[in-house]
Design a protein around this ligand. Structure first.
Ligand SMILES: NC(=O)c1ccc[n+]([C@@H]2O[C@H](COP(=O)([O-])OP(=O)(O)OC[C@H]3O[C@@H](n4cnc5c(N)ncnc54)[C@H](O)[C@@H]3O)[C@@H](O)[C@H]2O)c1
Length: 353
């Protein structure tokens, strides 16, 4: 399987007493050490965990490359239920395996792991980001994730309407959790009108308390059928399937969710309908930019400036897509591969020591 995806290294980690079963995958280190979060999830089988970590670590290589980071692609999974299986001993055992890679892999939070967990992992390893602010960490990564998505949306508006603002546009946001609700703040501040949907009543109430003018619809199906200019998927992956693409009225799709395209080929369907798709892993890279900054000692202003570059990168991808006659999702992959190859190659220049 590693050969199919071209991974450099896959490490299986086990500690019987603490119950740790984990897999760390490093896709490539062409640009630097692999960085990606640790997913703690009750996988049905080791095979399912392996497939996920191979796929996710490859995705991180592309995301980090386009975020302009000197970092490669890595990811880890811990097999188990975080609610019942997480313990200090298990996290520290995991930390020792991360440490054993001697800096080839930096870990961070993902589904099922939190900054407090990273603080514990960091007691065994130097190669941990996404820690709590109290421990010198970057804190909640949704701050720059939402900021980055907003930059991607401004770039999309520039490409379609010739102006880099959402002012006067109607934006549909699916999912107003950590990232979605912050995105709504930015949109309202910019003068957009907003309609949202979320399965959590609490999440919707919180947004409405802050912004009573925000409209609410009951489901994704209703949201995509609304008269909206922009659709922002900020819930789970797979929102863009055959049905949503067929009914979608927006001309722009730009949101935070990972893996928005339900299957290969959706990017073509979007293009055929004249809908501009800002690739998910490009516009949602503000979070990884935030935690990556922690490696040098966290500075929010420096990290925010770097996340601001998502605007230019998104425009560049649209330009390459037009030039090369491919959908933006394909253009993004090509641009990432170019950076990995052109910059990664430079390590071959002998430095004499
Ligand atoms: N937090 C980050 O820094 C970050 C970074 C990159 C990507 N992402 C991605 O962005 C997305 C949102 O992340 P988050 O941190 O805000 O998560 P979150 O869990 O805080 O928020 C997700 C929201 O979506 C809602 N939701 C779930 N299923 C839904 C459905 N079927 N229809 C409508 N709403 C639904 C949930 O109720 C919740 O309010 C995820 O896909 C995540 O992988 C997050």
């Amino acid at each position: 399987m590693t050969e199919v995806f071209g991974h450099e290294q896959v490490v299986f980690c086990a500690d019987r007493q603490s119950g740790l079963r984990a897999i760390i995958a490093i896709h490539n280190t062409a640009l630097g050490p692999g960085l990606g979060g640790t997913r703690f999830y009750p996988y049905e089988s080791e095979q399912a965990a392996l497939a996920d970590v191979l796929n996710l670590s490859r995705g991180m290589a592309y995301k980090n490359a386009l975020a302009g980071l000197d970092l490669g692609g890595g990811k880890a999974v811990i097999i188990g239920d975080p609610a019942t299986d997480k313990s200090e001993a298990l996290l520290r055992a995991y930390g020792r395996f991360v440490e054993s890679l001697n800096g080839r892999y930096f870990t961070a939070c993902d589904v099922g792991t939190y900054s407090e967990d990273m603080d514990i992992v960091a007691r065994e390893s130097r190669f941990v980001t996404g820690r709590t602010i109290a421990n010198g960490g970057a804190g909640d990564s949704s701050i720059l994730t939402s900021f980055g998505v907003f930059q991607g949306m401004r770039a999309s508006a520039q490409h379609i309407h010739g102006r880099s603002t959402l002012h006067g546009l109607r934006v549909g946001v699916e999912g107003v959790g950590k990232v979605g609700h912050r995105l709504v703040d930015l949109l309202i501040e910019d003068g957009a009108s907003v309609v949202v949907c979320d399965v959590s009543e609490r999440a919707v109430d919180q947004v409405r308390q802050r912004h009573p003018q925000v409209e609410v619809v009951a489901s994704l199906a209703e949201l995509v059928a609304e008269e909206i200019d922009v659709f922002a998927p900020c819930a789970l992956g797979g929102s863009l399937d055959d049905t949503t693409v067929a009914t979608l009225r927006a001309r722009i799709v730009c949101g935070a969710a990972n893996n928005q395209l339900a299957h290969p080929g959706v990017e073509k369907q979007l293009e055929e309908r004249g809908i501009l798709y800002a690739p998910d892993y490009v516009v949602n890279s503000g979070g990884v930019i935030q935690v990556a900054d922690e490696i040098r000692g966290f500075n929010m202003e420096r990290a925010r400036a770097k996340a601001g570059q998502i605007y230019d990168t998104t425009l560049k991808i649209f330009a390459i897509a037009a030039e090369e006659g491919v959908p933006p999702a394909v253009a993004a992959d090509r641009l990432a591969e170019r950076r990995m190859s052109e910059v990664g190659r430079l390590k071959g220049i002998w430095l004499g020591h």
